[in-house]
Design a protein around this ligand. Structure first.
Ligand code: CA
Ligand code: CA
Ligand code: CA
Ligand code: CA
Length: 263
């Protein structure tokens, strides 16, 4: 079971939204009272969930990606779909993990789906990155296909060059690092393989690793003669407003709550 927490009903205490590999979604308040009847999926399970206010109406939504390639957005207090999401978005046969970031700085986070293509329950060998507006519209410049590889982790999002526009960063199964600008264009020199075809151990970690106050990424590879970590140096200042996703860790399973989107 995985969970995210946030004050869904505004009583100053965190509610818990939890989901299981068996396809169930739960919401509880601090005394364990259910927010809504347990939602049971049939033949589908949630890969990750985020709590955020994606439509800037001062109420929380649950944004969920599933192993059937679908993205759902429900009102967290009622579990009713929000406008534009009466039906889930279908990205195709596969699995999707969610990240969030306000790509166009309009106060509403965009929904970023890291998609892994599957055929008959097996990896089909490709993936994609989708970006959707909170009303369900496709964000300009996206999706971007990953023709012969895919990313296992949710996208990492930050303004790495200090131009106040977010970039999207991920590592893929073929050992490449990808960096796109918010319009879906590769940044200069990307994608790049900095350690051959060795697989990455996890998604890139962003921060100021060498203490010069400028943004870096640390990427770690598994290798036959031992693991190796590399530092990628960017040009933007490493400050809180530049680090968009992941943020505000509430647990250790890479599921996140986005209280910063509430004003
Ligand atoms: Ca509460
Ligand atoms: Ca909302
Ligand atoms: Ca936005
Ligand atoms: Ca930027």
């Amino acid at each position: 079971m995985s969970a995210v927490a946030g004050d869904v009903n505004g009583d100053g205490r965190n509610e818990v939204i939890a989901w299981t590999a068996g396809g169930r979604l739960y919401g509880w308040d601090t005394v364990g009272k259910a927010l809504w009847p347990v939602k049971a999926f049939s033949g589908e399970s949630i890969t990750n969930c985020v709590l955020a206010d994606v439509d800037d109406n001062k109420k929380w939504e649950i944004i969920a990606g599933t192993d059937k390639g679908r993205i759902y957005i429900w009102d967290a207090l009622t579990l009713e779909p929000v406008p534009g999401w009466e039906k889930p978005q279908e990205l195709g046969e596969g699995s999707v993990k969610i990240s969030l970031a306000d790509m166009d700085r309009d106060g509403k986070p965009e929904i970023i789906g890291s998609f892994i293509s599957m055929k008959g329950g097996k990896y089909a060998g490709n993936g994609a990155v989708h970006v959707l507006k909170s009303d369900g519209a496709v964000f300009s410049g996206w999706p971007r296909e990953l023709p012969t590889t895919w990313s296992d982790a949710p996208m990492v999002i930050a303004d790495v060059d200090g131009d106040n526009r977010p970039e999207l960063l991920c590592g893929t199964r073929d050992g490449a690092i990808h960096l796109w600008n918010s319009q879906g264009e590769y940044m200069e020199g990307y994608p790049k393989n900095i350690n051959g075809k060795n697989p990455l151990i996890a998604g890139p970690a962003l921060g100021d690793a060498d203490g010069d106050e400028i943004m870096d990424a640390v990427v770690a590879y598994a290798g036959s003669y031992g693991n190796k970590a590399f530092l990628i140096k960017f040009t933007g200042v490493c400050e809180k407003k530049a680090l968009l996703w992941p943020r505000d860790t509430y647990n250790n399973t890479n599921n996140r709550c986005l209280p910063g989107s509430r004003k």
